[in-house]
Design a protein around this ligand. Structure first.
Ligand code: PLP
Length: 424
């Protein structure tokens, strides 16, 4: 069979978030190394979005590869009900050391959506187990928490969720407390919290990713969390995107003085090597499931829960995340982004430039645009033609690079952003 990967793919595969009738053929990738993807036609692409925000250390990292291959030869999988294994125990121990001190227990799943589903179930069952009728959830407008039904329910209602609308549960949406809106949002939160049925507040801390890298400050999040804390409302931080260095600290929680009750992780946790989701919680939350009554257990699990290879990949990734120089390297990227943001800020065609840590977002000056606007596709193609993988969200182009990206590679990415300005 001499056909290309791309041609063979089109005969058999159905891709996510893709209108298969009109999308250009997929690009066949044969190899990855550091920040670069190598295509079957000989072209190279800088992966400036860390392949949907997961490859934090770049591709085919030798340390992770070595640790995973050792694990493959030792124990590839074992049922995680009634059994345990060293990679899961060690990963939980080491992860909890990095998280806010109130985090006490770790529950494993396979991806970001399920990490969020589990957090929702834990929060709702926390109240149910105590016989307290609280079931309403507060979420931020514009949020994205995943594609499973619970995760969709707490996410922005959009054209993506419309076919399923009648099956999504109602939540209270709170505006994002972006600069200038803080007082109004705090007042709205106080008003919502007067209701007796509020169970939990869920949010993407500091940066709403899919919403278009919408950013808000730690101080106002601390205030929102403190209000929830006063009322005993469960606080759920979805760090699926922000975790493991993305915001310039190891976790967005490291910017806060308040600590969440539940935290969700995935994406960067294995450095993009294996699918893994993690939900962590406080002892108080965990204790509400402890009972002589077996029906008070958490009835949730997946066949691949705590897969040892995925846990080994996460341990190898943690080897790279734990040292102090990890933070210094984040500072290097943050400083490069900040310097470029200054250059770009007042140029024609630019509406706003936002930056937090290794996340840089450029909002182009055009009228209202959507994911489906043709400009989005033009921007995407322009980047590819220049050897850079970027996935614009409408008129918002963001850079979330692997942390191994070099200054020369960053400059190439910034060059593409400069060119994009000219398309509007
Ligand atoms: N939560 C946040 C904040 C995300 O950005 C995403 C994915 O983009 C998810 C949850 C869902 O994760 P996954 O795609 O692994 O299901």
């Amino acid at each position: 069979m001499n056909n290309s990967l791309s041609e063979r793919d089109q005969l058999v595969n159905w891709h996510p978030y893709t209108q298969m009738q009109t999308a250009p053929p997929p690009i066949g990738i044969v190899r990855g190394e550091g920040a670069v993807l190598f295509a079957e036609d000989g072209r190279e692409y800088i992966d400036a979005v860390s392949s949907w925000w997961v490859n934090i250390h770049g591709h085919a990292h030798p340390h992770i590869a070595e640790r995973v291959s050792q694990q493959l030869r030792t124990l590839e999988h074992v049922i995680f009900a009634g059994f345990t294994h060293a990679p899961a125990v060690e990963l939980s121990e080491r992860l909890l050391k990095l998280l806010p001190a109130n985090q006490a227990k770790v529950f494993y799943t396979d991806n970001g959506s399920t990490a969020v589903e589990v957090a929702l179930k834990m929060a709702l069952q926390y109240w149910h187990n105590q016989g307290i009728p609280k079931s309403k959830i507060i979420a931020l407008e514009g949020s994205y928490h995943g594609d499973t039904f619970g995760a969709m329910s707490i996410s922005e209602r959009s054209v993506f969720t419309r076919p399923f609308q009648q099956y999504l549960f109602d939540v209270e949406f709170l505006p994002v407390p972006v600069p200038g809106q803080e007082e109004a949002v705090l007042a709205k939160m106080e008003e919502l919290l007067t209701r007796p049925d509020i169970a939990a507040f869920v949010f993407e801390p500091l940066v709403l990713g899919t919403a278009g890298m919408v950013m808000y400050e730690p101080e106002v999040l601390d205030k929102l969390m403190a209000l929830c804390r006063q009322k005993g409302v469960i606080i759920i931080a979805d760090e699926v995107m922000t975790g493991f260095g993305r915001t310039g600290k190891r976790f967005a929680a490291d910017y806060l003085t308040q600590a969440p009750d539940l935290m969700c992780f995935s994406k960067g946790i294995t450095g993009g090597t294996m699918a893994l989701g993690v939900t962590t919680c406080t002892h108080q939350l965990y204790a509400s499931f402890l009972s002589e009554d077996k029906t008070k257990a958490l009835f949730h699990g997946h066949s691949y829960t705590a897969n040892p290879i995925a846990c080994a990949a996460a341990l190898a990734s943690l080897d790279l995340v734990e040292p102090e120089d990890f933070l210094q390297n984040l500072d290097r990227i943050s400083a490069a982004h900040a310097a470029f943001a200054l250059v770009l800020k007042n140029k024609p065609g630019i509406k706003e430039v936002r930056q937090r840590g290794t996340i840089l977002a450029v909002e182009l000056e055009v009228g209202a645009t959507t994911y489906f606007h043709s400009l989005r596709d033009q921007l995407y193609q322009l980047a590819l033609e220049n050897g850079v993988l970027l996935r614009p969200l409408g008129n918002i182009v963001y850079v979330l690079p692997p942390y191994c990206i070099t200054q020369a590679q960053l400059n190439q990415v910034y060059g593409v952003l400069e060119q994009m300005r000219e398309l509007v």
